[in-house]
Design a protein around this ligand. Sequence first.
Ligand SMILES: Nc1ncnc2c1ncn2[C@@H]1O[C@H](COP(=O)(O)OP(=O)(O)OP(=O)(O)O)[C@@H](O)[C@H]1O
Ligand SMILES: [Mg+2]
Length: 167
Amino acid sequence: MSDQAARLRQKITGLNSQYHAKTIAIVSGKGGVGKSNIALNFSLALANEGKKVLLFDLDIGMGNIDILLGKSSRYSIINMFENNLSIYDIIESGPNSLSYIAGGSGQDHIFYLDEERVNFFIEQLELLLTKYDYIIFDMGAGVTRETIHYILAVDECMLVTTPELHP
Ligand SMILES: Nc1ncnc2c1ncn2[C@@H]1O[C@H](COP(=O)(O)OP(=O)(O)OP(=O)(O)O)[C@@H](O)[C@H]1O
Ligand SMILES: [Mg+2]
């Protein structure tokens, strides 16, 4: 697992001389704290300033970025793996020239990002790094064996919390 994270980090940060996207993951411990809304509004604000932004819904199988946008997506990241599509095939267009990739929902089976899929994902992601100013990852709540790769590899994490009231 640490190998994969290291390799992903190397891919994301290793294009030293070339210009490449700043990568930011929106993360939280608890669910329902507002990550997806912040990810979307932050992405739209950057796009409004003329930045090329890709919002990547990595809450795979529980994605809601397309719902928040009021759009229905043709494809999600799940289709990239299951229908052998390239990452370019699954990029959708939102407002303000925002690009996004839906996380997929309503699956009738549990989707696993196994090692083979992570490797394919890394290759595909690398293709995008020189195409955008920002790539924002909307993550699922908490940390799992799957999401730790991305959290360790991105340039920055934005941790979203809400106050917990004690009686
Ligand atoms: N700033 C806010 N003020 C009040 N309500 C908010 C705010 N941001 C989000 N919400 C509401 O909180 C709920 C959860 O928001 P959101 O889906 O963005 O959270 P999330 O952290 O992405 O959840 P999940 O962990 O399920 O992915 C939604 O009903 C949303 O409308
Ligand atoms: Mg969310």
